[in-house]
Write a protein that binds this ligand. Structure first.
Ligand SMILES: *Cc1c(COP(=O)(O)O)cnc(C)c1O
Length: 413
C-alpha cells in the first residue's frame, strides 16, 4: 500500500492537467478498488454515459422526480429568519419537502432506473442513520427491485424506526457486527456483497463518494437542485445569489446546489462540516477545516477514492463524531477536495451545539424543523453574519426535515 504522501507525489503530474483522466478532480477521485470491481465499474460507467444521452431515460428520471419525489421543490424566501438575523436576504431550497424527507431520493431514483436499464434485479446499499437505506428501499419497491441494505448493529439500535421502514418497504436489512458496527463497516460489507454478486447486483451508493463513476454520476443526479434554484432565484430577485450555503457529509446535497453556479465567479459557495465537540481527532468530522484548528485530515484513499481523509499518523482511518449521523464520515467527496484546494468553494465547521441552536432558530422563525445535518448549514450562515451585508443574497439548501431527529432534539433542547 502507498501512504498518502506517495500517492500525492505520484499524482502531481495530474495536478497540473486536471482533465487528463476520467473521474479525476485535479489529483482527487479515481478508481482505487480491487481488480474484481474494475469490470462492474466500467460497465456502470458505460451504462451511465449511455443513459445520460438517452432521451427516454432522462424522461423517466424527470417523471419520477416530479410525480414520485415531488419536484420541483420550492425556493422559499425566509422572511422572519431574514428579519431576525438582520443581514442578507435568505432563501431556503426546500429539499426537506421531498418524499422520504431529504434530497437522497433524487440520487436513489437515478441509480434505481440505471439498475433497471442494466438488467440488474437486485440493489444493495449501505446506510448509517438509515436515510439512504430508506430512500433505496423506497425506490426499489417502486421499481420492483430486490433490495438489501447493510447496516451496523450499533446504528440499527440507534435508528430502529428507519430499520422498521426499510422492512415495511420489503427490503432485507443485514446486520453488520464487525469493527465499530457503524457506517464504514457497513460499507465494507456492501463492497464484499457486490464483489460476490456483481452479475445481478447494482451497488446504490448514497453520496458523491467511492470510485469513478460514482462521484460524477451522483453529482449529476443531484444537480437538479442547483438548476431549479438558479431559475427560481432569477425569477424572484432578477439576480444571482451572492452566497450558497449547504452542509457537507459526503457532499451530495452541497455539490447538487453548487454545480450549476460553478461558472459564476461572483457566487460564493460555503460548505459546512460537522465540528462535533472540538478540534481533536475523534471529536469531529471536519475534513476541510484545518484553518479552524480541526486536526487530522490529509489526502489519502478511502473506499475507492483519493480525497481528504481523517486519519492518524500511521494513516489509520480515524473515528469521527457528530451529533448528526449524516455528516459523521471520515472522508469527503473528491470534487469538494479539489474545489477547496482551488479556493472555488470555502469550507468551515460548526459545533454540535451551534447546530442544535440553529435548529431551534429555524423552527421558531420559519415553522420548519430541519434535519440536524441541514441545521449545520444554518449555523454556518449565522456564524458568518459579520461578513455579510444587507445587499447579499443567500440560498441555503435545506437538505432534509427533522422528524428523524426528534429524539435528539427533545433530549437536548
Ligand atoms: C445524508 C444527509 C446529508 C449528508 O449527505 P450529503 O451527501 O453530504 O448531502 C445531509 N442532509 C441530510 C438531510 C441527509 O439525510
Amino acid at each position: 500500500m502507498f501512504g498518502a504522501e506517495e500517492i500525492r507525489k505520484s499524482m502531481s503530474t495530474i495536478l497540473q492537467s486536471p482533465t487528463t483522466a476520467p473521474g479525476r478532480f485535479g489529483p482527487y477521485g479515481g478508481r482505487y478498488v480491487p481488480e474484481t470491481l474494475m469490470v462492474p465499474l466500467f460497465e456502470l460507467e458505460r451504462a451511465y454515459e449511455t443513459a445520460k444521452a438517452d432521451a427516454s431515460f432522462q424522461a423517466q428520471f424527470q417523471n419520477l422526480l416530479a410525480n414520485f419525489a415531488g419536484r420541483p421543490t420550492p425556493l422559499q424566501f425566509a422572511a422572519r429568519l431574514t428579519e431576525k438575523l438582520g443581514g442578507p436576504r435568505i432563501y431556503l431550497k426546500r429539499e426537506d419537502l421531498l418524499h422520504t424527507g431529504a434530497h437522497k431520493i433524487n440520487n436513489a431514483i437515478g441509480q434505481g432506473l440505471l439498475a433497471v436499464k442494466m438488467g440488474k434485479p437486485r440493489i444493495i446499499a449501505e446506510t448509517g442513520a438509515g436515510q439512504h437505506g430508506v430512500a433505496s428501499a423506497t425506490v426499489a419497491a417502486h421499481l420492483g427491485l430486490e433490495c438489501v441494505v447493510h447496516m451496523g448493529t450499533e446504528d440499527m439500535a440507534r435508528q430502529a424506526l428507519n430499520v422498521a421502514r426499510m422492512r415495511m418497504l420489503g427490503a432485507e436489512v443485514v446486520a453488520v457486527d464487525s469493527g465499530s458496527r457503524t457506517l464504514k463497516d457497513a460499507i465494507n460489507e456492501a463492497m464484499r456483497d457486490w464483489v460476490t454478486n456483481v452479475r445481478t447486483t447494482h451497488y446504490l451508493l448514497g453520496s458523491v463518494l467511492g470510485a469513478h463513476p460514482y462521484p460524477t454520476m451522483v453529482r449529476d443526479f443531484q444537480a437538479v437542485i442547483g438548476r431549479e434554484a438558479r431559475e427560481q432565484i432569477l425569477a424572484a430577485e432578477k439576480r444571482l445569489p451572492t452566497h450558497l450555503f449547504a452542509c457537507v457529509g459526503g457532499g451530495s446535497n452541497s455539490i447538487g446546489l453548487f454545480h450549476q453556479f460553478l461558472g459564476d465567479p461572483q457566487v460564493k459557495m460555503i460548505g459546512i462540516e460537522a465540528g462535533g465537540r472540538g478540534g481533536q481527532l475523534g471529536e469531529h468530522a471536519a475534513r476541510l477545516a484545518a484553518h479552524q484548528g480541526f486536526v487530522g485530515a490529509r489526502p489519502g484513499v478511502l473506499q475507492g477514492t483519493y480525497t481528504y481523509v481523517l486519519q492518524n499518523e500511521d494513516g489509520q482511518i480515524a473515528t469521527t463524531h457528530s451529533i448528526s449521523a449524516g455528516l459523521d464520515y471520515p472522508a469527503i467527496g473528491p470534487e469538494h477536495a479539489w474545489l477547496a484546494d482551488q479556493r472555488r468553494a470555502e469550507y468551515s465547521a460548526v459545533s454540535d451545539q451551534a447546530a442544535l441552536d440553529a435548529a431551534r432558530l429555524l423552527s421558531r422563525t420559519q415553522g420548519i424543523i430541519p434535519a440536524l445535518e441541514s441545521a449545520h448549514a444554518i449555523a454556518g450562515l449565522v456564524e458568518r453574519l459579520p461578513k455579510l451585508t444587507k445587499n447579499d443574497l443567500v440560498i441555503l439548501n435545506l437538505s432534509g426535515r427533522g422528524d428523524k431527529d426528534m429524539d435528539t432534539y427533545s433530549r437536548l433542547l
